[in-house]
Design a protein around this ligand. Structure first.
Ligand code: SF4
Ligand code: SF4
Length: 58
């Protein structure tokens, strides 16, 4: 199980990246962030941080 960011929903606020304990979230461009699956430890912190619910477990 990994967490993924829905690019169509993400508004690029950066809140998730600031809350990730292992810095697995990086900005791809001004409006979209992405989770590196090889770094993510599936803690779930980003999912509860996102104001627009763009992050979910796949
Ligand atoms: S689930 Fe945890 S480790 Fe994975 S990207 Fe989100 S905050 Fe980072
Ligand atoms: S917290 Fe949500 S809206 Fe903000 S950058 Fe992360 S995924 Fe995008």
């Amino acid at each position: 199980m990994t967490y993924q960011i829905d690019a169509a929903v993400c508004v690029g606020c950066g809140a998730c990246a600031g809350n990730c304990p292992v810095s697995a979230i990086e900005s791809k461009d001004d409006k979209c962030y992405a989770i590196k699956p090889d770094v993510c430890v599936s803690c779930g912190a980003c999912e509860s941080t996102c104001p627009v619910s763009a992050i979910s477990q796949k």
